[in-house]
Design a protein around this ligand. Structure first.
Ligand code: BG6
Length: 508
Protein backbone atom coordinates (compact mmCIF):
# COMPACT_ATOMS: atom_id res chain seq x y z
CA UNK A 1 0.00 0.00 0.00
CA UNK A 2 1.38 3.39 -0.98
CA UNK A 3 1.41 6.07 1.71
CA UNK A 4 -1.55 8.41 1.20
CA UNK A 5 -0.50 11.40 -0.83
CA UNK A 6 -1.09 14.76 0.79
CA UNK A 7 -0.82 18.00 -1.11
CA UNK A 8 1.42 17.85 -4.15
CA UNK A 9 5.09 18.41 -3.53
CA UNK A 10 4.86 21.84 -2.06
CA UNK A 11 6.05 21.69 1.51
CA UNK A 12 6.00 24.23 4.28
CA UNK A 13 9.51 25.39 3.38
CA UNK A 14 8.18 27.06 0.26
CA UNK A 15 5.32 28.76 2.02
CA UNK A 16 6.21 31.97 3.82
CA UNK A 17 4.55 33.01 7.06
CA UNK A 18 1.34 34.72 6.11
CA UNK A 19 -1.85 36.34 7.37
CA UNK A 20 -5.05 35.32 5.61
CA UNK A 21 -7.86 37.85 5.81
CA UNK A 22 -11.24 36.41 4.89
CA UNK A 23 -13.96 38.89 3.92
CA UNK A 24 -17.19 36.98 4.46
CA UNK A 25 -15.28 35.26 7.25
CA UNK A 26 -18.49 34.33 9.09
CA UNK A 27 -20.17 33.09 5.90
CA UNK A 28 -21.01 29.73 4.46
CA UNK A 29 -17.88 29.25 2.36
CA UNK A 30 -15.59 30.00 5.29
CA UNK A 31 -17.63 27.67 7.50
CA UNK A 32 -17.85 24.72 5.12
CA UNK A 33 -14.70 24.94 3.09
CA UNK A 34 -12.04 27.49 4.00
CA UNK A 35 -11.64 27.01 7.75
CA UNK A 36 -11.82 23.17 7.53
CA UNK A 37 -9.29 23.27 4.66
CA UNK A 38 -6.89 25.39 6.70
CA UNK A 39 -7.28 23.04 9.64
CA UNK A 40 -6.37 20.06 7.45
CA UNK A 41 -3.34 21.88 6.06
CA UNK A 42 -2.30 22.59 9.62
CA UNK A 43 -2.63 18.91 10.62
CA UNK A 44 -0.65 17.87 7.55
CA UNK A 45 2.13 20.22 8.62
CA UNK A 46 1.78 22.19 5.40
CA UNK A 47 1.05 25.60 6.85
CA UNK A 48 4.01 27.81 7.65
CA UNK A 49 5.07 27.73 11.30
CA UNK A 50 3.58 31.17 11.83
CA UNK A 51 0.30 32.11 10.30
CA UNK A 52 -2.87 33.91 11.25
CA UNK A 53 -6.39 33.90 9.88
CA UNK A 54 -8.54 36.96 10.40
CA UNK A 55 -12.23 36.59 9.57
CA UNK A 56 -14.04 39.82 8.89
CA UNK A 57 -17.78 40.33 8.72
CA UNK A 58 -20.64 42.63 9.72
CA UNK A 59 -21.63 40.33 12.54
CA UNK A 60 -20.39 41.01 16.02
CA UNK A 61 -18.25 38.13 17.24
CA UNK A 62 -15.42 37.71 19.67
CA UNK A 63 -12.28 35.81 18.69
CA UNK A 64 -13.52 32.97 20.88
CA UNK A 65 -16.91 32.91 19.19
CA UNK A 66 -15.13 32.82 15.82
CA UNK A 67 -13.04 29.88 16.99
CA UNK A 68 -16.25 28.11 17.97
CA UNK A 69 -17.71 28.88 14.57
CA UNK A 70 -14.60 27.41 12.91
CA UNK A 71 -14.72 24.40 15.23
CA UNK A 72 -18.31 23.66 14.37
CA UNK A 73 -17.60 23.98 10.64
CA UNK A 74 -14.59 21.72 10.95
CA UNK A 75 -16.53 19.12 12.91
CA UNK A 76 -19.25 19.05 10.27
CA UNK A 77 -17.37 19.48 7.06
CA UNK A 78 -13.71 18.57 7.48
CA UNK A 79 -12.48 15.49 5.62
CA UNK A 80 -10.71 14.37 8.76
CA UNK A 81 -11.99 14.38 12.28
CA UNK A 82 -11.11 17.32 14.46
CA UNK A 83 -8.72 16.44 17.25
CA UNK A 84 -8.23 18.51 20.35
CA UNK A 85 -4.42 18.66 20.27
CA UNK A 86 -3.89 20.10 16.78
CA UNK A 87 -7.10 22.08 17.11
CA UNK A 88 -5.80 24.07 20.06
CA UNK A 89 -2.76 25.33 18.17
CA UNK A 90 -4.81 25.98 15.03
CA UNK A 91 -7.59 27.81 16.86
CA UNK A 92 -5.04 30.07 18.54
CA UNK A 93 -4.24 31.48 15.10
CA UNK A 94 -7.83 32.49 14.35
CA UNK A 95 -9.08 36.01 14.93
CA UNK A 96 -12.19 37.96 14.16
CA UNK A 97 -12.70 41.57 13.22
CA UNK A 98 -16.08 43.22 12.84
CA UNK A 99 -16.57 45.67 10.01
CA UNK A 100 -18.92 46.99 7.38
CA UNK A 101 -17.58 46.91 3.89
CA UNK A 102 -18.61 50.43 2.84
CA UNK A 103 -17.08 52.10 5.87
CA UNK A 104 -13.53 53.49 5.51
CA UNK A 105 -13.04 53.09 9.28
CA UNK A 106 -13.31 49.30 8.81
CA UNK A 107 -10.06 49.25 6.89
CA UNK A 108 -8.27 51.56 9.30
CA UNK A 109 -9.15 49.33 12.24
CA UNK A 110 -8.42 46.21 10.22
CA UNK A 111 -4.97 47.59 9.42
CA UNK A 112 -4.30 48.35 13.08
CA UNK A 113 -5.50 44.90 14.11
CA UNK A 114 -3.38 43.17 11.49
CA UNK A 115 -0.29 45.12 12.59
CA UNK A 116 -0.92 44.04 16.15
CA UNK A 117 -1.51 40.38 15.36
CA UNK A 118 1.49 40.24 13.07
CA UNK A 119 3.70 41.94 15.62
CA UNK A 120 2.62 39.57 18.39
CA UNK A 121 3.02 36.47 16.27
CA UNK A 122 6.22 37.47 14.53
CA UNK A 123 4.57 37.56 11.12
CA UNK A 124 6.34 39.56 8.41
CA UNK A 125 3.19 41.15 6.96
CA UNK A 126 2.56 38.91 3.96
CA UNK A 127 -1.16 39.11 3.39
CA UNK A 128 -3.72 37.19 1.43
CA UNK A 129 -7.12 38.83 1.11
CA UNK A 130 -9.85 36.31 0.38
CA UNK A 131 -13.07 37.81 -1.00
CA UNK A 132 -15.64 35.17 -0.04
CA UNK A 133 -18.42 37.64 -0.75
CA UNK A 134 -20.75 38.41 -3.70
CA UNK A 135 -18.98 40.25 -6.53
CA UNK A 136 -20.87 43.50 -5.92
CA UNK A 137 -18.72 43.82 -2.80
CA UNK A 138 -15.38 43.32 -4.55
CA UNK A 139 -14.92 46.96 -5.60
CA UNK A 140 -15.77 48.57 -2.23
CA UNK A 141 -13.48 46.15 -0.40
CA UNK A 142 -10.59 46.65 -2.76
CA UNK A 143 -10.99 50.43 -2.62
CA UNK A 144 -11.17 50.27 1.17
CA UNK A 145 -7.99 48.20 1.37
CA UNK A 146 -6.18 50.53 -1.03
CA UNK A 147 -7.45 53.62 0.83
CA UNK A 148 -6.01 52.29 4.09
CA UNK A 149 -2.73 51.40 2.33
CA UNK A 150 -3.11 47.72 3.09
CA UNK A 151 -1.97 46.48 -0.31
CA UNK A 152 1.69 45.99 -1.04
CA UNK A 153 2.89 46.64 -4.59
CA UNK A 154 3.25 43.67 -6.97
CA UNK A 155 6.55 41.86 -6.59
CA UNK A 156 7.30 43.50 -3.23
CA UNK A 157 7.99 41.86 0.09
CA UNK A 158 6.02 41.41 2.26
CA UNK A 159 3.50 40.48 -0.43
CA UNK A 160 -0.20 41.11 -0.88
CA UNK A 161 -2.37 38.66 -2.83
CA UNK A 162 -6.05 38.60 -3.60
CA UNK A 163 -8.34 35.58 -3.93
CA UNK A 164 -11.70 36.04 -5.61
CA UNK A 165 -14.51 33.55 -5.87
CA UNK A 166 -16.93 33.06 -8.70
CA UNK A 167 -19.27 34.30 -10.02
CA UNK A 168 -17.07 36.82 -11.76
CA UNK A 169 -19.95 38.54 -13.51
CA UNK A 170 -23.03 37.16 -15.21
CA UNK A 171 -21.98 37.81 -18.79
CA UNK A 172 -18.98 39.17 -20.66
CA UNK A 173 -19.77 42.85 -20.02
CA UNK A 174 -20.27 42.47 -16.27
CA UNK A 175 -17.18 40.24 -15.96
CA UNK A 176 -15.12 42.95 -17.64
CA UNK A 177 -16.41 45.56 -15.21
CA UNK A 178 -15.38 43.42 -12.23
CA UNK A 179 -12.01 42.62 -13.77
CA UNK A 180 -11.39 46.34 -14.35
CA UNK A 181 -12.29 47.19 -10.78
CA UNK A 182 -9.91 44.57 -9.45
CA UNK A 183 -7.17 45.54 -11.90
CA UNK A 184 -7.38 49.17 -10.79
CA UNK A 185 -5.67 48.12 -7.56
CA UNK A 186 -4.13 44.67 -7.96
CA UNK A 187 -1.72 43.49 -10.62
CA UNK A 188 -2.74 40.32 -12.48
CA UNK A 189 0.18 38.49 -10.79
CA UNK A 190 -1.39 39.17 -7.41
CA UNK A 191 -4.87 37.90 -8.33
CA UNK A 192 -6.00 34.30 -7.79
CA UNK A 193 -9.44 33.56 -9.27
CA UNK A 194 -10.76 30.33 -7.83
CA UNK A 195 -12.36 27.62 -9.90
CA UNK A 196 -12.46 24.93 -7.26
CA UNK A 197 -12.70 22.16 -9.86
CA UNK A 198 -9.08 22.85 -10.74
CA UNK A 199 -8.07 21.92 -7.20
CA UNK A 200 -9.69 18.48 -7.39
CA UNK A 201 -7.15 15.67 -7.52
CA UNK A 202 -8.89 13.96 -10.40
CA UNK A 203 -8.94 17.16 -12.42
CA UNK A 204 -5.24 17.74 -11.80
CA UNK A 205 -4.67 14.18 -12.90
CA UNK A 206 -6.06 14.79 -16.39
CA UNK A 207 -2.78 16.33 -17.52
CA UNK A 208 -0.77 13.62 -15.78
CA UNK A 209 -2.83 10.93 -17.48
CA UNK A 210 -2.32 12.56 -20.86
CA UNK A 211 1.30 13.62 -20.63
CA UNK A 212 2.94 11.18 -18.20
CA UNK A 213 1.83 8.13 -20.20
CA UNK A 214 2.69 7.31 -23.76
CA UNK A 215 -0.40 5.21 -24.35
CA UNK A 216 -3.10 7.89 -24.45
CA UNK A 217 -1.67 11.04 -25.98
CA UNK A 218 -1.12 9.64 -29.51
CA UNK A 219 -4.83 8.76 -29.54
CA UNK A 220 -6.20 12.08 -28.36
CA UNK A 221 -7.17 13.56 -31.70
CA UNK A 222 -9.73 13.40 -34.49
CA UNK A 223 -8.09 10.36 -36.08
CA UNK A 224 -8.94 8.08 -33.19
CA UNK A 225 -11.56 9.77 -31.04
CA UNK A 226 -15.20 9.56 -32.05
CA UNK A 227 -16.54 11.88 -29.39
CA UNK A 228 -16.12 13.05 -25.81
CA UNK A 229 -18.80 13.20 -23.11
CA UNK A 230 -18.69 15.23 -19.94
CA UNK A 231 -21.34 14.77 -17.27
CA UNK A 232 -21.41 16.77 -14.07
CA UNK A 233 -24.48 15.52 -12.25
CA UNK A 234 -25.72 16.57 -8.85
CA UNK A 235 -28.37 14.91 -6.76
CA UNK A 236 -28.96 18.00 -4.66
CA UNK A 237 -31.51 20.64 -5.58
CA UNK A 238 -30.95 24.36 -5.26
CA UNK A 239 -31.10 24.12 -1.46
CA UNK A 240 -30.78 27.44 0.29
CA UNK A 241 -29.03 29.20 -2.58
CA UNK A 242 -32.05 30.39 -4.58
CA UNK A 243 -31.01 34.04 -4.16
CA UNK A 244 -27.86 33.39 -6.14
CA UNK A 245 -29.05 30.57 -8.38
CA UNK A 246 -32.13 32.35 -9.69
CA UNK A 247 -29.77 34.90 -11.25
CA UNK A 248 -27.34 32.27 -12.44
CA UNK A 249 -28.74 28.97 -13.71
CA UNK A 250 -26.76 25.91 -14.76
CA UNK A 251 -25.01 27.50 -17.74
CA UNK A 252 -23.46 30.28 -15.68
CA UNK A 253 -23.06 28.23 -12.50
CA UNK A 254 -21.33 25.15 -13.89
CA UNK A 255 -20.57 25.44 -17.56
CA UNK A 256 -18.94 28.85 -17.89
CA UNK A 257 -16.29 27.84 -15.40
CA UNK A 258 -15.90 24.23 -14.26
CA UNK A 259 -16.98 22.45 -17.42
CA UNK A 260 -15.14 24.70 -19.87
CA UNK A 261 -12.04 24.07 -17.76
CA UNK A 262 -12.57 20.32 -18.01
CA UNK A 263 -12.90 20.62 -21.78
CA UNK A 264 -9.72 22.69 -21.88
CA UNK A 265 -7.76 20.09 -19.92
CA UNK A 266 -8.95 17.21 -22.08
CA UNK A 267 -8.25 19.05 -25.29
CA UNK A 268 -5.18 21.21 -24.70
CA UNK A 269 -1.93 20.80 -26.60
CA UNK A 270 1.02 19.56 -24.54
CA UNK A 271 2.44 22.69 -22.89
CA UNK A 272 6.22 23.07 -23.16
CA UNK A 273 6.51 23.45 -19.38
CA UNK A 274 4.39 23.37 -16.26
CA UNK A 275 4.89 27.07 -15.74
CA UNK A 276 1.58 28.67 -14.71
CA UNK A 277 1.28 30.90 -17.75
CA UNK A 278 2.38 28.26 -20.23
CA UNK A 279 -0.35 25.89 -19.04
CA UNK A 280 -2.90 28.68 -18.90
CA UNK A 281 -1.99 29.81 -22.41
CA UNK A 282 -2.71 26.33 -23.74
CA UNK A 283 -6.05 26.15 -21.95
CA UNK A 284 -7.01 29.54 -23.27
CA UNK A 285 -6.23 28.40 -26.79
CA UNK A 286 -8.85 25.65 -26.42
CA UNK A 287 -11.50 28.05 -25.10
CA UNK A 288 -10.80 30.35 -28.01
CA UNK A 289 -11.15 27.45 -30.43
CA UNK A 290 -14.64 26.53 -29.26
CA UNK A 291 -17.01 26.93 -32.15
CA UNK A 292 -19.45 29.68 -31.19
CA UNK A 293 -23.04 28.63 -30.63
CA UNK A 294 -25.21 31.63 -31.40
CA UNK A 295 -28.54 32.60 -32.94
CA UNK A 296 -30.81 29.76 -34.03
CA UNK A 297 -27.96 27.23 -33.62
CA UNK A 298 -28.59 27.53 -29.89
CA UNK A 299 -31.91 25.70 -30.22
CA UNK A 300 -30.25 22.94 -32.25
CA UNK A 301 -27.25 22.40 -29.99
CA UNK A 302 -28.18 23.49 -26.50
CA UNK A 303 -30.89 21.96 -24.34
CA UNK A 304 -31.92 23.65 -21.12
CA UNK A 305 -34.49 22.43 -18.64
CA UNK A 306 -35.76 22.84 -15.11
CA UNK A 307 -36.52 20.15 -12.57
CA UNK A 308 -40.11 19.46 -11.66
CA UNK A 309 -41.27 17.58 -8.58
CA UNK A 310 -40.05 14.00 -8.41
CA UNK A 311 -38.22 11.53 -6.22
CA UNK A 312 -34.68 11.51 -4.93
CA UNK A 313 -33.52 8.29 -3.28
CA UNK A 314 -37.14 7.22 -2.93
CA UNK A 315 -38.32 10.38 -1.18
CA UNK A 316 -40.57 12.97 -2.85
CA UNK A 317 -38.88 16.31 -3.54
CA UNK A 318 -40.41 19.58 -4.77
CA UNK A 319 -39.91 21.06 -8.21
CA UNK A 320 -37.55 23.98 -8.67
CA UNK A 321 -40.34 26.55 -8.83
CA UNK A 322 -41.60 25.44 -5.41
CA UNK A 323 -38.21 25.70 -3.73
CA UNK A 324 -37.86 28.40 -1.06
CA UNK A 325 -36.90 31.74 -2.57
CA UNK A 326 -37.59 30.72 -6.17
CA UNK A 327 -39.97 32.71 -8.33
CA UNK A 328 -42.97 30.43 -9.07
CA UNK A 329 -42.67 31.48 -12.74
CA UNK A 330 -38.90 31.16 -12.84
CA UNK A 331 -37.29 30.36 -16.19
CA UNK A 332 -33.91 29.64 -14.65
CA UNK A 333 -32.44 26.44 -16.06
CA UNK A 334 -31.26 23.78 -13.64
CA UNK A 335 -30.00 21.52 -16.43
CA UNK A 336 -28.02 22.14 -19.60
CA UNK A 337 -26.84 19.74 -22.27
CA UNK A 338 -24.99 20.81 -25.36
CA UNK A 339 -22.87 19.73 -28.24
CA UNK A 340 -19.77 21.75 -29.04
CA UNK A 341 -16.88 21.44 -31.48
CA UNK A 342 -13.32 22.57 -31.05
CA UNK A 343 -12.26 24.08 -34.32
CA UNK A 344 -8.60 23.23 -34.39
CA UNK A 345 -6.58 20.64 -36.27
CA UNK A 346 -6.45 18.13 -33.42
CA UNK A 347 -10.16 18.04 -32.66
CA UNK A 348 -11.76 18.94 -35.99
CA UNK A 349 -15.13 17.23 -36.31
CA UNK A 350 -15.07 15.55 -32.86
CA UNK A 351 -18.22 16.49 -30.94
CA UNK A 352 -17.98 17.17 -27.23
CA UNK A 353 -21.29 16.42 -25.51
CA UNK A 354 -21.76 18.04 -22.15
CA UNK A 355 -24.55 17.77 -19.60
CA UNK A 356 -24.92 19.12 -16.11
CA UNK A 357 -27.83 19.53 -13.77
CA UNK A 358 -29.26 19.55 -10.31
CA UNK A 359 -31.66 16.90 -9.03
CA UNK A 360 -30.32 14.24 -11.33
CA UNK A 361 -30.39 10.61 -10.14
CA UNK A 362 -27.00 10.74 -8.48
CA UNK A 363 -23.90 12.77 -7.86
CA UNK A 364 -21.58 11.67 -10.61
CA UNK A 365 -19.03 13.62 -12.61
CA UNK A 366 -17.22 11.89 -15.40
CA UNK A 367 -15.36 12.61 -18.59
CA UNK A 368 -15.45 9.82 -21.15
CA UNK A 369 -13.32 9.64 -24.25
CA UNK A 370 -15.01 7.42 -26.81
CA UNK A 371 -12.64 5.95 -29.35
CA UNK A 372 -13.71 5.13 -32.88
CA UNK A 373 -15.03 1.63 -33.44
CA UNK A 374 -13.03 -1.08 -35.17
CA UNK A 375 -13.84 -1.75 -38.86
CA UNK A 376 -16.81 -4.08 -39.51
CA UNK A 377 -14.64 -7.12 -40.15
CA UNK A 378 -13.25 -10.06 -38.15
CA UNK A 379 -14.77 -9.87 -34.65
CA UNK A 380 -16.96 -6.96 -35.65
CA UNK A 381 -18.41 -8.50 -38.80
CA UNK A 382 -21.95 -8.99 -37.52
CA UNK A 383 -23.86 -5.75 -38.27
CA UNK A 384 -26.66 -6.80 -35.93
CA UNK A 385 -24.29 -6.91 -32.93
CA UNK A 386 -21.53 -4.33 -33.38
CA UNK A 387 -18.73 -4.31 -30.84
CA UNK A 388 -18.64 -1.55 -28.27
CA UNK A 389 -15.95 1.00 -28.97
CA UNK A 390 -13.22 1.46 -26.37
CA UNK A 391 -13.95 4.13 -23.80
CA UNK A 392 -11.53 5.83 -21.45
CA UNK A 393 -13.59 7.15 -18.58
CA UNK A 394 -12.20 9.55 -16.01
CA UNK A 395 -14.28 9.61 -12.85
CA UNK A 396 -13.94 13.06 -11.31
CA UNK A 397 -16.19 12.16 -8.35
CA UNK A 398 -17.23 10.11 -6.53
CA UNK A 399 -15.30 6.78 -6.80
CA UNK A 400 -12.39 8.81 -8.16
CA UNK A 401 -10.37 6.97 -10.74
CA UNK A 402 -10.33 6.03 -14.39
CA UNK A 403 -11.20 2.99 -16.44
CA UNK A 404 -10.52 1.72 -19.91
CA UNK A 405 -13.06 -0.57 -21.50
CA UNK A 406 -11.55 -3.17 -23.76
CA UNK A 407 -13.01 -6.05 -25.77
CA UNK A 408 -11.87 -9.49 -24.67
CA UNK A 409 -12.56 -13.11 -25.59
CA UNK A 410 -14.88 -14.98 -23.28
CA UNK A 411 -13.04 -18.17 -22.23
CA UNK A 412 -14.45 -21.27 -23.93
CA UNK A 413 -14.56 -23.09 -27.22
CA UNK A 414 -16.40 -20.31 -29.08
CA UNK A 415 -15.07 -16.95 -30.15
CA UNK A 416 -17.28 -14.60 -28.25
CA UNK A 417 -16.18 -11.10 -27.42
CA UNK A 418 -17.11 -9.25 -24.28
CA UNK A 419 -16.22 -5.77 -22.96
CA UNK A 420 -14.01 -5.84 -19.86
CA UNK A 421 -12.61 -2.99 -17.82
CA UNK A 422 -9.17 -1.97 -16.64
CA UNK A 423 -10.08 0.06 -13.63
CA UNK A 424 -7.95 2.28 -11.41
CA UNK A 425 -9.44 3.60 -8.18
CA UNK A 426 -7.75 6.26 -6.10
CA UNK A 427 -9.25 4.84 -2.91
CA UNK A 428 -7.72 1.40 -3.23
CA UNK A 429 -4.31 2.60 -4.42
CA UNK A 430 -3.74 5.80 -2.51
CA UNK A 431 -6.20 5.53 0.39
CA UNK A 432 -9.17 7.76 0.89
CA UNK A 433 -7.36 10.73 2.33
CA UNK A 434 -7.09 12.91 -0.79
CA UNK A 435 -6.99 16.57 0.07
CA UNK A 436 -9.99 18.75 -0.66
CA UNK A 437 -9.74 21.16 -3.57
CA UNK A 438 -9.63 24.17 -1.26
CA UNK A 439 -6.63 22.78 0.62
CA UNK A 440 -4.58 22.59 -2.52
CA UNK A 441 -5.75 25.97 -3.76
CA UNK A 442 -5.10 27.83 -0.52
CA UNK A 443 -1.65 26.30 -0.31
CA UNK A 444 -0.90 27.33 -3.88
CA UNK A 445 -1.83 30.94 -3.18
CA UNK A 446 0.46 30.92 -0.15
CA UNK A 447 3.23 29.53 -2.36
CA UNK A 448 2.49 32.02 -5.13
CA UNK A 449 1.65 29.36 -7.72
CA UNK A 450 -1.14 30.53 -10.04
CA UNK A 451 -1.30 27.45 -12.28
CA UNK A 452 -4.63 26.25 -10.92
CA UNK A 453 -6.28 29.66 -11.03
CA UNK A 454 -8.20 31.44 -13.73
CA UNK A 455 -6.42 34.18 -15.59
CA UNK A 456 -8.43 37.22 -16.61
CA UNK A 457 -8.23 36.48 -20.34
CA UNK A 458 -9.57 32.94 -19.77
CA UNK A 459 -12.48 34.15 -17.66
CA UNK A 460 -13.41 36.64 -20.35
CA UNK A 461 -12.97 34.19 -23.22
CA UNK A 462 -15.24 31.74 -21.39
CA UNK A 463 -17.84 34.42 -20.84
CA UNK A 464 -17.63 35.46 -24.45
CA UNK A 465 -18.50 31.95 -25.58
CA UNK A 466 -21.27 31.51 -23.03
CA UNK A 467 -22.74 34.98 -23.53
CA UNK A 468 -23.73 34.15 -27.12
CA UNK A 469 -26.01 31.42 -25.74
CA UNK A 470 -27.34 33.64 -22.97
CA UNK A 471 -28.10 36.37 -25.49
CA UNK A 472 -30.17 34.01 -27.58
CA UNK A 473 -32.12 32.84 -24.54
CA UNK A 474 -32.73 36.44 -23.51
CA UNK A 475 -33.95 37.27 -27.01
CA UNK A 476 -36.37 34.31 -27.14
CA UNK A 477 -38.39 34.24 -23.91
CA UNK A 478 -41.17 32.68 -25.96
CA UNK A 479 -39.32 29.37 -26.32
CA UNK A 480 -40.55 26.63 -24.03
CA UNK A 481 -38.38 25.54 -21.17
CA UNK A 482 -38.61 21.75 -20.88
CA UNK A 483 -38.84 20.12 -17.48
CA UNK A 484 -37.60 16.83 -16.07
CA UNK A 485 -38.82 15.04 -13.01
CA UNK A 486 -36.38 15.33 -10.13
CA UNK A 487 -34.39 12.12 -10.03
CA UNK A 488 -34.27 11.65 -13.81
CA UNK A 489 -31.40 12.22 -16.22
CA UNK A 490 -32.73 15.48 -17.64
CA UNK A 491 -35.39 15.96 -20.33
CA UNK A 492 -36.01 13.80 -23.40
CA UNK A 493 -34.57 16.66 -25.50
CA UNK A 494 -31.13 15.93 -24.03
CA UNK A 495 -31.35 12.33 -25.20
CA UNK A 496 -32.43 13.45 -28.64
CA UNK A 497 -29.50 15.88 -28.82
CA UNK A 498 -26.99 13.04 -28.69
CA UNK A 499 -29.09 10.25 -30.19
CA UNK A 500 -29.71 12.26 -33.35
CA UNK A 501 -25.97 11.85 -34.00
CA UNK A 502 -26.11 8.06 -33.59
CA UNK A 503 -24.59 8.10 -30.09
CA UNK A 504 -26.02 7.87 -26.60
CA UNK A 505 -25.26 9.18 -23.13
CA UNK A 506 -23.19 6.80 -21.08
CA UNK A 507 -24.92 5.05 -18.22
CA UNK A 508 -23.42 6.33 -15.02
C1 BG6 B 1 -20.28 25.29 -7.39
C2 BG6 B 1 -21.68 25.62 -7.83
O1 BG6 B 1 -19.35 26.05 -8.11
O2 BG6 B 1 -20.03 23.92 -7.60
C3 BG6 B 1 -22.69 24.75 -7.14
O3 BG6 B 1 -21.95 26.98 -7.58
C4 BG6 B 1 -22.34 23.30 -7.26
O4 BG6 B 1 -23.99 24.99 -7.63
C5 BG6 B 1 -20.89 23.06 -6.88
O5 BG6 B 1 -23.20 22.55 -6.44
C6 BG6 B 1 -20.46 21.64 -7.16
O6 BG6 B 1 -19.21 21.43 -6.60
P1 BG6 B 1 -18.72 19.97 -6.22
O7 BG6 B 1 -17.31 20.17 -5.77
O8 BG6 B 1 -19.64 19.48 -5.16
O9 BG6 B 1 -18.84 19.16 -7.49
Amino acid sequence: MIEPITVGEIGPAEVEPVTIVIFGGAGDLAHRKLLPALYNLHVDGLLPPQFAVVGISRRAMTDDAYRDFAKEGTERFSRRQREDGPWQTFAGSLFFQRGTIEDAATYQSLGARLDMIEHERGLPGNRIYYLAVPPAMFAPIIKGLAGARLIAAPGSHPFARLIVEKPIGRDLASARVIDEEVAAVFDERQIYRIDHYLGKETVQNIMVLRFANSIFEPLFNQKYIDHVQITVAEEEGVGTRAGYYEQAGALRDMLQNHILQLIALVALEPPHSLDADVVRDEKLEVIRSLRPIAGATVEAQVVRAQYAAGFEVGAPVPGYRSEPGVNPQSRTETFVALQVFIDNWRWAGVPFFVRTGKRLPKRASEISIHLKGVPPILFNADPSAPLDANVLSIRIQPNEGFALSIESKIPGPHVRVYPVKMDFQYGSTFGNGSPEAYERLLLDVMAGDATLFMRRDAVEASWQWVTAILDRWAARPDLTLPTYAAGEWGPAEADRLIESTGRRWRDL
